[in-house]
Design a binder for this molecule. Structure first.
Ligand code: LMR
Length: 396
């Protein structure tokens, strides 16, 4: 049965973590995966999450099944967070708990394949590696729209709009709502308005991926794009995640929201999405969603979360500055302002695949082959070493 099964290549991102763990270099640094680490290089347990854990433990309850679409209070809290508290669109939005942002994307992709089977999917060039693989696995042909302008170090917005304008009606367009992964370059508010016009004019299906809400400017500011879409676009998809914002990576706490034309349509859509979930994993797990719901619904814990998220955001920004200083101190010539212009967890360094492989093999500094490094894993102790390692591979 398995004699013809081919050895698959390691995952472009999570495969690096496996390689990193096996690396014996004492100075190794994992800047591969998008995971925030604190100033001491540790994955943080947020204080708000720790407090929520205690609250849940005190009220320990039996472990029954959740509904197919997840914990109702969690789904409602996500809707408030993503679309604005008490927003007029709530009645026409379906929000279901999902296994992280990836799970949300996959449930959305499977449902889309059912309602829009002949559509192509367009992802940004470049995009998160798993977008291509996930939509391909779901049965779609995946192509790219222009996004990154390597020369100008920014977004090729004209190219993006030209590609979206040329797309056939019904084409699914995957957009990064904030903190573009991997480039760190987001659209301006005016550019988003033009994207919305293009989506409407071309009858495109927008799928907004928002895995990093809160890591650019703040929860409200980063959520503005989704709310802009909700005001103008009758139907679209949003995948969200608390992996990064609540540091709940392993709990797999995400959500899929589908904005529909009206409440009646939303009921029909929910009934079909529930079948997608039921036939995949039946219903989602309880603990992570309870933690998130506890934080979101308790005013004190929520305020603490906002503050802790701000601390993470500020520390990442400080590390961007430290990387610029480190590269200068290591003698690298050039303008590094792009590192501080970029937002979110990543910096798209412009390093080639060969240079990234050298960084890994010779220095134990792990980033993706595309040149992406996770600046959220830098700290005062490793930024100098990382800068010197980058300087060494740049010198050839
Ligand atoms: C990343 O891009 O590194 C993160 O989103 C983690 C992942 O699942 O790839």
């Amino acid at each position: 049965l398995f004699s013809d099964v081919q050895q698959a290549p390691p995952d472009a991102i999570l495969g690096l973590t496996e390689q990193f763990k096996a690396d014996t270099n004492p100075q190794k640094v994992n800047l591969g995966v998008g995971v925030y680490q604190d100033a001491s290089g540790k994955l943080p347990l947020l204080r708000c999450v720790e407090a929520a854990e205690k609250k849940l433990a005190e009220a320990a309850a039996a472990k029954g099944y959740l509904p197919i679409d997840g914990l109702a209070t969690y789904d409602a809290d996500v809707k408030d967070l993503v679309f604005g508290e008490g927003s007029a669109v709530h009645d026409r939005v379906v929000t279901v708990q999902a296994l992280g942002g990836t799970g949300a994307l996959r449930v959305g992709a499977d449902f889309l394949r059912q309602v829009n089977p002949d559509a192509k999917v367009l992802i940004s060039n470049p995009s998160w590696e798993n977008h291509q693989a996930l939509f391909t696995r779901a049965g779609f042909t995946v192509e790219k729209y222009a996004y990154y302008d390597a020369e100008a170090k920014g977004v090729d917005f004209d190219g993006m709009i030209a590609d979206l304008t040329a797309a056939a009606p019904g084409t699914v367009v995957v957009l990064h709502a904030c903190c573009h992964n991997p480039t760190g370059y987001d659209l301006t508010a005016d550019q988003w308005d033009q994207v919305i016009e293009t989506v409407l004019a071309g009858d495109l299906v927008a799928f907004l991926d928002m895995a990093y809400q809160g890591f650019s400017e703040g929860l409200e500011e980063d959520g503005a794009t989704v709310r802009k879409f909700a005001e103008r676009v009758p139907s679209f998809f949003v995948s969200t995640s608390f992996s990064k914002s609540l540091s709940l990576y392993g709990e797999r706490v995400g959500a899929l929201s589908i904005v529909c034309a009206d409440a009646e349509e939303a009921r029909r859509v929910l009934s079909q999405v529930k079948i997608v979930i039921r036939t995949n994993y039946s219903n989602p797990p309880t603990h992570g969603a309870q933690l998130a719901a506890t934080v979101l619904s308790d005013a004190d814990l929520r305020a603490q979360w906002v503050a802790e998220l701000g601390e993470m955001r500020d520390r990442i920004k400080a590390m961007r500055g430290a990387l610029v200083d480190g590269l200068k101190a290591a003698g690298v010539d050039g303008d590094f302002s792009y590192i501080t212009d970029q937002v979110g967890m990543f910096s798209f360094s412009g390093l080639t695949k060969d240079q990234m492989v050298r960084l890994r093999n010779e220095f134990g500094v792990y980033g993706t082959d595309t040149g992406r490094i996770c600046v959220a894993a830098l700290n005062d102790d490793n930024v100098g070493y990382v800068s010197e390692s980058i300087a060494a591979v740049l010198k050839g």
